[in-house]
Design a protein around this ligand. Structure first.
Ligand code: SAH
Length: 372
């Protein structure tokens, strides 16, 4: 192998790709397994500290490869324990990852794109537009940063038990990178998470849901938010292309793959918009055909939004209608409100470059003053 101009960031390769990479470099494929253990189990990024690879291979790796996690621009912890990282991806681009600790599990919310192009009306990421897809290294790097912070060691004391692809972006529009990163999350030599503890959330890209069921057996969440096409198209413009009937059929197909699974429907509760008893009854009829459960998410406000959160009593009534009809329905507790880490509040810097960089500086300054 000639010395390349840019070195390969090994965070971008899953186990199979890393084995092939070593083979191409004239090395035994099992070296991939050794290096992965250092990277993901011990959080080591320097080849010189990987003591079982030998001096010659170490020098060779230094020439060909690197292990570079995202740059932590700042981090913040909420009063409820929710932890948010602002991660710099390249000049002017940053994304956020959020860790949500609960008594029985710890969930990391991971981003798949810088910004988002789907323009869902109630989501703050949409106001920033779409900038670019994240690479596999940038996606798995978010998990790495969180796991390192939490001192997570697979098979020992687990703090990070679940990953949800529910941060910024539409994961099914960055399919290959997301699938590869999710494979590292579930690999024993990676983060060793159980398949069902890695969840991909989509606004409903029907053909890609089918592709996902062929290539990966992660859990699926679908952002539904409305039980009829008229309302859903207003809230989630993608619905125009893939209306509810098609989406429900794709969900049924997903649940029928092997091993069989269920789908989680996310439903953000917006005052006077999608929270009436009649809509709850429509929702019952809709989801009956799909082995599923429903998560009701109280709407999280952000500056400039025209939506408001449904009243607590309205959410409870909506939930009762569903439960009484036999639909498993949970109300998601809002977490990380005080640090803008709740659903739909994740902000990176997109728009035009000037604004991006101005905001970037502001965030960094805020980070510095918060840390002080
Ligand atoms: N694009 C993917 C993943 C990102 S959104 C998707 O649409 O599923 C993650 C979840 O947060 C989705 O269910 C989304 O609809 C919800 N969400 C977005 N904005 C929100 C807000 N302001 N308040 C509450 N939930 C929101």
């Amino acid at each position: 192998m000639d010395t390349p101009l840019t070195r390969t960031n090994l965070f971008g390769l899953d186990r199979q790709a890393l084995r092939e990479w070593f083979a191409q470099a004239g090395e035994k494929p099992y070296r991939a397994d050794q290096v992965m253990k250092w990277m993901y189990h011990r959080h080591v990024t320097e080849f010189t500290q990987m003591t079982d690879i030998g001096k010659t291979l170490c020098a060779k790796l230094q020439g060909l490869a690197e292990v570079v996690p995202p740059n932590v621009l700042f981090e913040k912890q909420s009063t409820d324990g929710t932890h948010k990282w602002l991660l710099g991806m390249d000049a002017g681009n940053a994304i956020e990852a959020v860790f949500i600790p609960e008594s029985s599990r710890g969930t990391l919310c991971v981003s798949s794109q810088v910004g988002c192009g789907l323009n869902c009306q109630f989501c703050s990421t949409a106001t920033q537009g779409f900038n670019r897809n994240l690479s596999t290294a940038e996606i798995i790097g978010q998990v790495w940063v969180a796991a390192k912070h939490l001192g997570n060691v697979p098979h020992h004391q687990r703090k990070l038990t679940n990953v949800v692809m529910m941060g910024m972006g539409e994961p099914l529009l960055n399919f290959d990178n997301v699938v590869r990163a999710m494979s590292i999350m579930r690999d024993d030599l990676g983060f060793g998470l159980a398949n069902k503890r890695v969840t991909l959330s989509t606004a409903g890209l029907v053909p890609m849901i089918d592709r996902l069921s062929e290539e990966s057996d992660v859990s699926l969440a679908v952002s539904l938010h409305a039980p009829n096409d008229e309302l859903r198209t207003q809230l989630v413009p993608l619905n125009k292309k893939y209306p509810i009937a098609q989406l429900m059929d794709a969900c049924v197909r997903y649940t029928q793959r092997r091993p069989r699974t269920t789908v989680t429907f996310e439903y953000t509760m917006m005052k006077g918009v999608n929270d009436t008893p009649e809509l709850a009854r429509q929702l019952v009829r809709l989801v009956r055909k799909v082995p599923s459960k429903i998560n009701l998410i109280p709407f999280n406000p952000f500056p400039g939004t025209r939506f408001e959160r449904s009243d607590e009593s309205v959410i409870r009534q909506f939930q009762s209608i569903l439960i009484d009809a036999g639909v498993l329905t949970m109300v998601r507790r809002t977490r990380g409100d005080d640090i803008d880490a709740a659903c739909g509040q994740l902000k990176g810097q997109v728009m035009d470059r000037t604004r991006r960089q101005a905001e970037f500086r502001k965030k960094i300054e805020e980070g510095v003053s918060n840390a002080a």
